[in-house]
Design a protein around this ligand. Structure first.
Ligand SMILES: C=CC1=C(C)c2cc3[nH]c(cc4nc(cc5[nH]c(cc1n2)c(C)c5CCC(=O)O)C(CCC(=O)O)=C4C)c(C)c3C=C
Ligand SMILES: [Fe+2]
Ligand SMILES: [Fe+2]
Length: 343
């Protein structure tokens, strides 16, 4: 029997420094997140980051935490439940980090009689820190604990026309009554080094602003290209005028160069330039989370107001939007059908 495992990033068990420290320790010790040699990574994470960041991050988590738990987990659970109501195959949910492990998710499916899993990383764009770390871990777990299980992974879906349509409709619906001058597409950032590492041609990526617009097979794994494409395709679909929208990258950590322009500086620039009403959408995230609810909706808004801006509108992530759930069930049913025909 076939089954589906949705996988998102994960959150701490509670917004306390102790639980945040445990969660960040697992997250940041992932070699595909902080991609430096083990000894240096352990020194940086355990010796520096985990000494101060858990307290700071716990305070941020406290501001956005819901009675039912972490927004990212609660929203992912709502998505899984709605999807399960539309699909006859078992649908489970796991997180790459934290208590809802991929191992538990696979076990849950196996216990229901599943022997073929569609592994669905909930990320529109590929990144080694997101999609790749999920598929690599799932394969390691398969080899170690579930040798008879067949696992197939869903690749990045950033440019699928039906995804762009659902995202564009959501943006349009949420901004219909808003009189905004500029729409900022803010994506989670990654260090520039990650983009070069994921370049399968080893020669295409220049991070100079031009390579991502030049056709290349490197784009199958280029996070920057895939983010820029989402902006371009949505702008084309919604017929945005040049100059009324732009792309930026948020949530940088450490001192390495990350993808630019940075979101906080872009908001600052827009405010300084005299933009009074702006809107912001975050298409790297399928579920609202700390990075959208605190960093953008709270901190971003504060920056904009300090710079003289007035209206700051955030477009929610797709979360458990009905059109999004229907699209996911369409993709999953197509997979189940093709697999059945082939076998
Ligand atoms: C598009 C998805 C994401 C990418 C790419 C990504 C890369 C990445 N992240 C960090 C460090 C942190 N990220 C944190 C939170 C966080 N990151 C994502 C998604 C991506 N990260 C999400 C959905 C969240 C929110 C989780 C939640 O519980 O709501 C955090 C923790 C919070 C904090 O202390 O600021 C860190 C740290 C790195 C280093 C990285 C690069 C490769
Ligand atoms: Fe992150
Ligand atoms: Fe590129």
């Amino acid at each position: 029997m076939k089954g589906i495992l949705l996988v998102n990033l994960g959150s701490p068990d509670s917004p306390t420094p102790k639980d945040v420290k445990k969660y960040l320790g697992e997250f940041l010790m992932d070699e595909r997140v902080i991609d430096i040699p083990f000894i240096a990574r352990a020194a940086l994470v355990k010796g520096i980051i985990l000494k101060t960041r858990p307290k700071q991050s716990a305070a941020a988590y406290k501001k956005i935490w819901w009675e039912e738990g972490s927004p990212l987990i609660v929203l992912s659970e709502r998505l899984q439940k709605k999807l399960q109501n539309q699909i006859s195959l078992p649908v489970s949910l796991a997180m790459r980090y934290g208590s809802m492990t991929i191992k538990k998710g696979l076990q849950e499916l196996v216990d229901k009689g599943v022997d073929e899993v569609l592994l669905f990383p909930l990320y529109p764009q590929f990144a080694m820190a997101t999609t790749e770390t999920i598929t690599v871990l799932a394969e390691e777990l398969r080899q170690q604990f579930f040798p008879n299980l067949k696992i197939e992974s869903v690749p990045a879906f950033y440019n699928k026309p039906d995804y762009i349509e659902v995202l564009s409709d959501s943006i349009k619906r949420h901004l219909e009554t808003k009189n905004y001058e500029h729409l900022l597409f803010s994506y989670h950032g990654v260090p520039e080094r990650h983009i070069r590492k994921s370049d399968i041609t080893k020669s295409h990526c220049k991070i100079d602003g031009s390579c991502c617009a030049t056709p290349s097979k490197a784009h199958e794994f280029c996070y920057r290209h895939q983010c820029l494409e989402v902006t371009r395709l949505v702008a084309e679909k919604l017929q945005f005028q040049e100059g009324t929208y732009s792309t930026s990258f948020q949530s940088r950590l450490g001192f390495d160069p990350w993808l630019q322009p940075y979101t906080d500086r872009t908001i600052e620039r827009l405010g300084k330039k005299g933009v009074k009403n702006m809107a912001i959408v975050t298409p790297a995230f399928v579920s609202d989370c700390l990075e959208t609810l605190e960093e953008i909706a709270m901190e971003g808004q504060e920056i904009f107001h300090e710079m003289g801006g007035k209206d700051f509108t955030t477009v929610p992530c797709l979360n458990d939007d009905n059109a999004w759930v229907s699209l996911l069930s369409k993709w999953i049913n197509a997979w189940a059908m093709i697999e059945t025909i082939q076998s």
